[in-house]
Design a binder for this molecule. Structure first.
Ligand code: VG1
Ligand code: CO
Length: 543
């Protein structure tokens, strides 16, 4: 048809990070920038030819333009069918599910997650493969290498569609389905959870509040929580997706979700207060006067999972990223199932999920999900908690206290030093790394260091090895200090410091995390010379 070959010159900065390629919008708006990257994907993933491709994004600025380009390029590259969410919207977990359900060869997920949106904000793209998970390290590296020598891309300007109207249209040899992005996802949730009991729990007057932060989860939450579970409409806050996310920062944590913390700790607080991020894969869980840390949430959900309909067969294994607190490992031990430790980034869970070795996975960065998808899933975690509350009749605080009494408590914090000059961040990593060899046998924060190394991961399923995955100091079961550089930022470098301390004595279960972790924070600062090398007296973000 009208497919054209356009000559282009490579950009040399198209290296994806922890979760896809993320850059400032203005970078993506450079001539041929997006086209180059997409063509690199088409060239490195020939299985897309003649197959189905899912496309959708978190609704941020530039989403629609990018989707139209992607559709026009899909047609020119021989894709047989494109399935795109109405309005260009698909949450990350919904897109993952759609790829799986349709047997698609892959998907383009247009998102920079929780990073601010708008003309001055960020944009991003992830390529997910058949099965619904993010492209692995090998393919990602091939795409990046290809982008550095690309000379042409293919585009078919006739392949266009009205994104706002659900319909099937044929353009040339490609079929385009514009579908409701919520339908399939909502159906999946109904197959996993006990909607009747959840409805009863809400009808009994238990309150809940979910903040969609003007990002992609609004329509999902409205459909499931309000229309299907009968929660009052006011239960879903900021439910309309906006191109600039309302000027906000849809990163559900103690800082950007401070208003939710105040709600949960205030008078007349709802039973469950929750939020998700820009693309719907993160979650924050609060109960009356309690914040559930992501590591605890993973552990507590894992412990209750067999009580939920979709998981009656039990838990095959529990996986967490290395910096995530080891609370879930204790549950795995009690359930007599394996506990897996992977590098940061959801893609590392996918082989375990595909192999049926893990049922639930989690990251400290407010990510939790199960084998129902190959991405983390914010709303899934909220519904899982809702189902647990409805089944047990306990409050979140009671659930947490009972959990800590049985398993002990992992105090946990992440300290982020954002927007550092690259060399300063590298210097801290080097200083910290330089100390590691001497540490075993010495004490850190009153505890004996049992291991100090750089984490690398051997994937037993595909045999791959991922090295350089963070520096860690381990004091047996008692404590850990971990340091790594972020792979999702778009400005300068972000140093992440993760602190974990485990206590199981009944008298040590109700401390303030900041107090419990202060000695470890001081030790980390001393070992990495953070203050001295960055000039920062404190982290920019503590979650
Ligand atoms: C961060 C988190 C990581 C998460 C990733 C993508 O990566 O630490 O746990 O998987 O973001 O999440 P990094 O490299 O910046 O630490 V999302 O919701 O931003 O797609
Ligand atoms: Co996200």
């Amino acid at each position: 048809m009208a497919a054209r070959e356009i000559p282009t010159k490579p950009y040399l900065d198209q290296k994806p990070g922890t979760a896809g390629l993320r850059k400032k919008v203005e970078v993506f708006q450079q001539p041929h920038y997006l086209e180059n990257f997409l063509q690199s994907i088409f060239d490195c993933a020939p299985e897309l030819k003649g197959a189905t491709l899912v496309i959708g994004g978190d609704g941020r600025y530039h989403n629609r333009d990018a989707i139209r380009t992607a559709i026009a390029m899909a047609s020119a590259n021989g894709v047989a069918r494109v399935v795109v969410g109405q309005g260009g919207l698909l949450s990350t977990p919904a897109a993952s599910h759609l790829i799986r359900k349709l047997g698609a060869a892959g998907g383009f997920l247009l998102t920079a997650s929780h990073n601010p949106a708008g003309p001055e904000g960020d944009f991003g793209i992830k390529f997910n493969i058949a099965g619904g998970g993010q492209a692995g390290e090998g393919l990602t590296e091939r795409i990046h290498a290809h982008s550095k020598r690309i000379t042409h891309y293919r585009i078919d300007d006739d392949a266009d569609v009205d994104l706002d109207r659900r319909a099937t249209v044929q353009t040339g040899s490609m079929r385009i389905d514009v579908v409701d992005g919520v339908d399939d996802y909502a159906e999946l949730m109904q197959s996993l959870f006990d909607f009747d009991r959840m409805r009863d729990w809400i009808r009994q007057g238990h309150g809940l509040r979910f903040d969609a932060m003007h990002a992609v989860t609004g329509p999902y939450a409205r459909r499931i929580l309000v229309e299907q579970l009968g929660a009052p409409a006011a239960s879903v806050l900021n439910a309309t997706p906006l191109e600039d996310f309302g000027g906000g920062h849809p990163d559900p944590n103690l800082v950007y979700g401070k208003h939710l913390v105040e709600l949960a700790f205030g008078a007349g607080a709802p039973e469950l207060v929750a939020a998700s991020d820009g693309d719907g894969d993160r979650n924050m869980i609060l109960g009356r006067e309690i914040f559930v840390s992501p590591g605890d949430s993973l552990a507590m959900l894992a412990a209750h999972l067999p009580q939920l309909p979709g998981y009656r067969d039990g838990v095959a294994g529990i996986a967490r990223s290395m910096p995530t607190s080891r609370a879930a490992d204790h549950v795995a031990r009690a359930l007599k199932v394996p506990a897996f430790e992977t590098p940061t980034g959801w893609k590392f869970f996918c082989n375990l999920l595909d192999a049926g070795q893990a049922t639930i996975c989690g990251e400290e960065s407010f990510g939790t999900s199960s084998n129902h998808a190959r991405e983390k899933d914010g709303l899934w975690a909220v519904l899982a908690w809702l189902n647990v509350l409805a089944v047990t009749g306990k409050s979140i605080a009671e659930t947490a206290r009972a959990h800590w009494q049985r398993y002990g408590r992992h105090y946990y914090q992440r300290h982020d030093y954002e927007g550092l000059p690259g060399p300063a961040a590298e210097a801290v990593m080097q200083a910290f790394a330089g100390e590691l060899a001497n540490l075993p046998g010495q004490q850190v924060g009153d505890r004996d260091v049992t291991l100090a190394d750089e984490f690398s991961y051997h994937d037993r399923i595909d045999g791959s090895i991922a090295s350089n995955q963070g520096l860690r100091i381990v004091c047996g079961d008692h404590a850990r200090i971990i340091m790594r550089l972020s792979g999702t930022g778009t400005q300068g470098a972000t140093l992440r410091l993760y602190l974990e301390r485990y206590e199981h004595d009944a008298s040590a279960l109700a401390w303030r995390p900041a107090d419990a972790l202060a000695p470890l924070a001081a030790a980390a600062d001393r070992l990495g010379r953070i203050g001295e090398l960055t000039g920062r007296r404190a982290p920019t973000l503590v979650t």
